[in-house]
Design a protein. Structure first.
Lengths: 229, 77
């Protein structure tokens, strides 16, 4: 009784599976190494930017926090890729030279990023103190601009029946735009204060300005709508 | 006499075929394997799993090589 056909079908299957592993695993590990490299490149680029003002410092701080939160995961992943390559080598399974080089580059990027993180962290304290002072100078300037706009907004002309409606509306639009810019800046400064770990400033006059300006804009726009009817 | 020879031949065939059963089962189970699971992101021990899988397939290769019969005499022409 002959079973050579059956033997020839079954016998190569385990080796075929090993060959599939040999083809599939390095391919997937290469893709994942590329993803990790992309992340590392971005982190390196974000943390390497020079810092010359508060905004740049706050941005860098955000990148530093994000990088520190995720760096260990990336390291663990890359470490795992190394272990997988070692396992493949242990069973004499082929790994292309370019994949090995790709992995080595990734490990080098990890080392570069560690160095940059250390360097950024070492300057954090002195930069925080420097930019706290800068911000402390910017806040009174903003308060002064808010005050000036408030003074302008409560001008009796805006409550006068003699005023030209179109001219008043034009001026109010411009003041509203300035107010929005000041409001955005106040929020930005509060965010910076959070990063610099200082007490957030309450821009009280900004709220009064908002009320007064909104009231005047509403009154004149309603008057315009009424006239159009 | 002829009946004994035929019955003996059928017994030999049955014994011969029983050697295939466990190997066919391994073959069938291997066919169901989804190898991509070895590199799944959420696999707990990917290195161990990969190592054990390669070892298992290497063992199956040896097993198939030594246990898969090519032919047997059953006493009939």
């Amino acid at each position: 009784m002959d079973s050579k056909g059956c033997r020839s079908t079954l016998l190569p299957t385990p080796k075929d599976f090993i060959a599939k592993i040999e083809e599939m695993v390095p391919k997937i590990i290469r893709e994942r190494t590329d993803e990790s490299k992309k992340w590392l490149r971005k982190a390196l680029s974000n943390l390497s930017k020079p810092v010359s003002n508060v905004e740049e410092f706050v941005e860098q701080n955000g990148h530093l926090v994000y990088t520190n939160e995720n760096f260990q995961n990336v390291r663990d992943r890359v470490d795992l890729f190394g272990q997988i390559y070692n396992t493949l080598a242990e069973f004499q399974l082929k790994v292309k030279k370019e994949d090995k080089d790709n992995f080595t580059e990734c490990v080098q990027q990890i080392s570069q990023l560690s160095t940059i993180i250390q360097s950024v962290e070492s300057t954090q304290e002195s930069n925080t103190e420097t930019f706290k002072k800068t911000l402390n100078e910017l806040i009174p300037q903003l308060n002064s601009q808010i005050h000036n706009l408030h003074e302008e907004s409560i001008d009796p002309i805006f409550l006068s029946g003699e005023a030209n409606m179109f001219e008043v509306l034009k001026v109010l639009d411009e003041k509203e735009a300035r107010f929005k810019e000041l409001e955005t800046r106040s929020l930005k400064y509060n965010q910076w204060q959070e990063v610099l770990q200082t007490q957030p400033t309450i821009f009280e006059e900004l709220d009064t300005l908002r009320e007064d300006l909104t009231l005047r804009c509403l009154m004149w726009r309603s008057l315009q709508e009424w006239q159009e009817l | 006499m002829v009946r004994d020879i035929v019955e003996g031949a059928f017994d030999k065939v049955k014994r011969f075929l029983t050697r295939f059963q466990p190997l066919l089962e391994i073959y069938w189970r291997n066919k169901q394997v989804d190898l991509s699971i070895l590199v799944h992101e959420r696999l707990r021990n990917p290195v161990e799993s990969l190592s054990n899988t390669v070892k298992l397939f290497t063992y199956y290769h040896t097993l198939f090589n030594s246990n898969l019969p090519s032919m047997t005499e059953i006493g009939l022409l």
